[in-house]
Design a protein around this ligand. Structure first.
Ligand code: HEM
Ligand code: HEM
Length: 140
């Protein structure tokens, strides 16, 4: 498999996973995280989503160039994407720990939801800016 075809597979999967995590996030927000089954489904989708995000980043540059190419980028949109990705992951970990040991909808869970939606807003901007890529690969 070439790098180009791996990127294509990864980017298409990310599009689908973004829609799934958005749907499960809205569902949890509307139902105030009442259903444990939905929280488990959400956690599984979230982990797969972030695994693909890591693969997406890895396909663009090797890990040792991550520091210069990503963390020191002058691209403000990419910086926002990265900051909210990290806030979402960190808060999701804390929300999951609270759920596991205390089983209640915590303030950190609520904050995680806000970070998640802001992150998805930047993901949408990131993907829409590159809509020509999807147009070429999905429809051509
Ligand atoms: C923290 C999350 C993410 C980071 C840091 C990130 C970073 C990048 C970088 C560095 C590029 C290449 C340079 C550029 O075109 O500006 C890129 C391209 C791209 N990204 Fe992302 N990305 C992220 C998440 C996503 C997600 C969730 C999607 C899809 C929903 C996506 C879709 C694309 C597309 C379509 C391209 C252009 C084609 C390509 O070069 O792969 N990205 N991204
Ligand atoms: C882009 C990714 C994600 C988005 C957009 C997102 C969004 C949300 C939203 C909107 C809620 C509902 C919050 C509320 O009702 O106040 C929520 C809850 C939750 N999420 Fe995520 N999430 C993401 C990733 C993850 C990941 C990766 C995990 C775990 C590994 C996770 C674990 C949880 C847990 C445990 C809850 C329930 C919190 C509680 O009941 O206190 N999420 N998420």
């Amino acid at each position: 498999m070439t790098n180009k075809s791996k990127l294509r597979l990864c980017n298409e999967a990310l599009l689908l996973l973004s829609a799934l995590i958005l749907f499960s996030g809205i569902h949890l927000e509307v139902t105030s995280c009442h259903s444990i089954s939905w929280i488990c489904i959400h956690i599984i989708i979230g982990i797969v989503f972030f695994a693909f995000v890591l693969w997406h980043i890895r396909l663009h540059f090797p890990w040792h160039k991550l520091h210069t190419r990503l963390f020191h980028t002058s691209n403000r949109a990419l910086k926002c994407l990265l900051v909210f990705a990290l806030l979402t992951i960190l808060s999701s970990f804390l929300a999951t720990v609270v759920r596991l040991f205390h089983d209640y909808h915590s303030p950190i869970g609520a904050l995680h939801g806000k970070f998640g939606f802001i992150f998805l807003f930047f993901v949408a901007a990131h993907a829409i800016k590159r809509h020509r890529y999807y147009y070429r690969t999905l429809f051509c």
